[in-house]
Design a protein around this ligand. Structure first.
Ligand SMILES: [Zn+2]
Length: 127
């Protein structure tokens, strides 16, 4: 028995149909999250680079400015302008998919944005 010849029998090689269409099935931008870094401002609905936007996230039941962009969970993105921030406030709970107190963002918008909103960002009460 010549094993060398038999190992190349065509029937063994073609068990699976070579219907190579998998590349067409890939959904763009979903696979690794780095494909499309563009975010939409919650206030004006304009798409921007994340560098131009401020991340808002929930912390201790409040919506806070996530300056380090490190807070876990969903984030909302907004231009650091008073107009966008004020418009975004109402949409924040929906964007974060939870009920949050948006007064820190309202204060941030009124206070003059970009001026270290961190100064009153003390530890949230977690009783
Ligand atoms: Zn905006």
């Amino acid at each position: 028995m010549c094993r060398h010849c038999q190992s190349f029998s065509a029937t063994e090689m073609r068990i699976a149909p070579l219907d190579v269409r998998s590349s067409e099935l890939q959904r763009p931008g979903v696979s690794c999250g780095r494909v499309d870094p563009i975010r939409t401002c919650l206030g004006c609905r304009t798409r921007s680079e994340p560098a131009l936007l401020v991340r808002i996230a929930a912390q201790g039941g409040q919506a806070v400015v996530d300056e380090g962009r490190r807070l876990p969970g969903r984030g909302a993105w907004v231009h650091p302008t008073q107009q966008c921030a004020e418009r975004a406030i109402r949409a924040i709970p929906r964007a974060l998919r939870q009920h949050v107190d948006t007064s820190p963002i309202a204060r941030w918008a009124q206070d003059g944005l970009g001026q270290s909103p961190d100064r009153r960002n003390e530890r949230p009460m977690d009783n």
